[in-house]
Design a binder for this molecule. Structure first.
Ligand code: ACO
Length: 328
């Protein structure tokens, strides 16, 4: 039996900080409203020379160093993103070039904020079946370039960032133990960027109408997110033959502290067993979970044998969860 173990991890967030006080000067909002409704205090924003690809490369280099793996050893390279540098080539191709991952099959994967879990699930299948020997899984998003900083409903939530993991085969029982992925049909309009695709290509009219920005019906997304993540976590915990008491750490997508708390409550997990860094980064989309993995590890909160539950939801709407037993 071959298991798919996480053997390296890395993250990158831009230097530039956008605080709630900064946003108070841009839209009709307040630090108090943002903190109470979302738990966010500040987020990171890319500089002019940074992008989804540059952040992905920085996170990937750390992950490869941690795994003590040369870029040439990677044979599958997945970038989960909804904010690629360009439509063609894929961000994964650009990352491949920057890293010198000459043997890798590069591809982008779009499942919005659930993207990292989808990419991890995909990589785990390749590793378990022997179709790949070393996979690099990156979640990287630059939502600041798609946010309307005059729309208080969305601009307070999002930040930029990237995280990466290396997945390799292991004979030791562990790694990615169970997966649950899904989508909710008919909910596409709850969170969308209406223009810029083939249905509504970029034109002076679409730009003038602000149709390249994210629009969101937050209250609806909130309700569906709590239900989807709660149900999905219960499923993966059960599928891994565990019960919620066995879960050492829940690493949820960081979209809203109240969504995280509601998910933890549904699983009857105390907040001490839930990783939260939304206060510092906001919602970095596909970046939240791998960034959280890095910070949890650096804080000494991941030990070999620990059972982690990763769970996310995002535009689509989509959801994805996984149980991971930490260690090689
Ligand atoms: N500052 C001050 N007031 C605000 C702000 C703001 N930034 N934004 C909205 N309000 C106002 C609204 O206009 C409304 O006023 P009204 O009552 O006079 O109409 C009031 O605050 C309450 O608005 P709600 O939308 O009901 O506020 P809610 O408590 O639901 O919080 C929020 C809004 C934070 C967006 C929440 O619904 C949420 O987090 N939803 C989930 C969103 C999410 O996670 N999206 C990411 C998905 S992942 C991806 O794929 C990118």
């Amino acid at each position: 039996m071959t298991y798919a173990a996480i053997t390296g991890w890395g993250m990158y967030v831009p230097q530039q900080v956008l605080t709630n006080a900064d946003l108070e000067r841009m839209v009709d909002t307040s630090d108090e409203w943002i903190v109470t409704r979302t738990g966010i205090r500040e987020r990171r924003i890319v500089g002019p020379d940074e992008s989804t690809v540059s952040m992905a490369v920085a996170a990937a280099r750390q992950a490869l160093a941690r795994a003590e793996l040369a870029p040439e050893a990677i044979d599958l390279l997945i970038v989960a993103t909804t904010t690629p540098d360009q439509l063609i080539p894929s961000s994964a191709c650009l990352v491949q070039t920057a890293l010198g991952a000459t043997r890798a099959a590069p591809m982008d994967l779009n499942a919005a904020c659930s993207g990292f879990v989808y990419a991890l699930a995909t990589a785990a299948q390749f590793i378990r079946t022997g179709a790949a020997r070393a996979a690099l899984v990156i979640g990287s998003d630059t939502l600041s370039r798609f946010v309307n900083y005059r729309d208080r409903n969305t601009c307070i939530l999002f930040g930029d960032g990237a995280g990466a993991v290396v997945v390799q085969p292991s004979a030791t029982p562990g790694g990615v133990l169970s997966i649950d992925l899904g989508g909710i049909p008919g909910t596409g309009d709850l969170l969308e960027v209406p223009a810029g695709g083939c249905r509504l290509p970029a034109s002076p009219e679409t730009v003038a109408a602000g149709q390249h920005y994210i629009t969101m019906q937050g209250r609806e997304v909130f309700k569906l997110a709590v239900r989807a993540m709660g149900d999905s976590c219960a499923k993966v915990i059960d599928a891994a033959g565990l019960s919620p008491e066995d879960v050492t750490l829940l690493i949820p997508h960081q979209a809203n502290l109240r969504i995280i708390e509601a998910t933890a409550k549904r699983l009857e997990l105390p907040m001490e067993r839930v990783f939260v860094n939304i206060d510092r980064y906001g919602n970095t989309s596909a970046g939240t979970i791998p960034i959280a993995i890095c910070e949890a590890e650096a804080a000494g909160r991941l030990r070999d044998g620990d059972y982690l539950v990763l769970t996310a939801f995002g535009g689509g709407l989509t959801w994805g969860s996984a149980v991971v037993r930490w260690g090689r």
